[in-house]
Design a protein around this ligand. Sequence first.
Ligand SMILES: *Cc1c(COP(=O)(O)O)cnc(C)c1O
Length: 385
Amino acid sequence: MDAQARIKQIQERQTPFYYYDMELLRRTLQQAGEAAGRYGYRIHYAVKANYDPRVVEAVREAGMGMDCVSGNEVRMAIESGFSAADVVFAGVGKSDREIEYSLQQGIFAFNCESLHELQVIHQIASRMGKKARVALRINPDVDPKTHRHISTGKADNKFGISYTEVDQAIATLSELSSLEIVGLHFHIGSQIRDLQVFEQLCTRVNTIKTWFAQQGVVLRHLNMGGGLGINYDDPQAELIPDFARYFEIFHQHLAVEEGQTVHFELGRSLVAQCGELITRVLYNKTTALGGKIVIVDTGMTDLIRPALYGAKHKIENLTSTEGSETYTIGGPVCESSDIFAREIELPVTSRGDLLTMRSAGAYGAAMASRYNMRDLPGAVYSDQL
Ligand SMILES: *Cc1c(COP(=O)(O)O)cnc(C)c1O
C-alpha cells in the first residue's frame, strides 16, 4: 500500500493508536535471527518491550525464545505456544508464587539477582521436589553510557549479584542442593549506541568466567542480555539495527569454550522501529511568551518515555506539508511532564491533522496506563488495513 492510501485508511480510525508495520517486524526478526545464527547464538525476546499478541506471534514464528521479567510474562509465553525450555526468567523481585509457577512449568533458567534469591529458590524447589536451573546474574560494573534510568550494570545499580559477592555465591551454591547452576547472565542497560561498550562487556565477562572455571564451576551457557540501541533521531535511515555488526563484536571478543552456548535477550532493537503512535491534533494555543503549543489526543499514558526518561521520538505531520513553524507538542494529561517534544520544526499544524511519533514499538504500548481514567491506546496492524 502506498503512503497516501495508508494515510487515508488511518484517517478513518479513532485515534490515538499504535500502528505496527508487520512486514518490517518480520524482516527485523529475520535479520537478527540470521546474524545470530551465523555464530550459533540464541535470541530470547525481552517481551517486556512489547507484549502485543501479534508481535509475540511473529517472534514465535521467527523461532526465538522468550526473556521474561514477571510470572505473568512466563505464563503468557507458555500460553502463546513457546516451549518452557525456551523461557528465561529475570528480575530482582521474583515472588514465591512466580517462582513456584515457573518451576512447575520447567523453564530453561532463572536469572538470579542476589544471594538471598538463590536461597529462596532453593527452598521452594526442594519443597516441591524439583531442581531449579539458575544462571547467576553478575553485575559486571560496565558503564553502558546511556540514560541513568536505563543503566543496569554499574556497581551501584540494584541489579545483579555484585562482583564482590561472587566468592560467597559459589560457597553458598554447594549447600543449595536443589539448584543447578547452568551459566552466567549479564545485562548492563538499554539503548546502547556505542558498540565499544559491548566490547568492554566481553572483556569483563572473559575475566569473570575464567574465575568461575578456576573455582570448578561448569558454565554451559553465557547470557549476554540485551541493550542494543536504535536510531530515534532518524529512524528512516536505520529501520533495522546493524545486527551483523553487533553479533560480530561478541564473536570477536567473547571467549567461548567448547560446548558453551551464548544467549542474548534483545527487546528494543527487535520491535522499536516497526511501531509508531498515531495521534490527532486537538488544539493550537500560544503561551504568554509567544511559544506555539500543539495539543494532541495522545498523552504520557500512551507513551511515557518522553516524560520518564526525557526520550525524544521523531514526530512527523502525516497530513500537512505546507510551511514551517516551531511547536511544543503536549498531551491532555494533567501533568506538566506530559510533553512529547519542545520547540520542534513541523509544517503548519492545525486541528484534525494526524501526527506520528516514530520508533514507538518498544516500551510504548507496554508501558501504557489508565491514569486520568484514559482509555488504553488501540493497535492497528499494517496487514489488517
Ligand atoms: C529489559 C531487559 C532486556 C532487554 O533490553 P533491551 O534494551 O530492550 O534490549 C534484556 N534482559 C533483561 C534482563 C532485561 O531486563
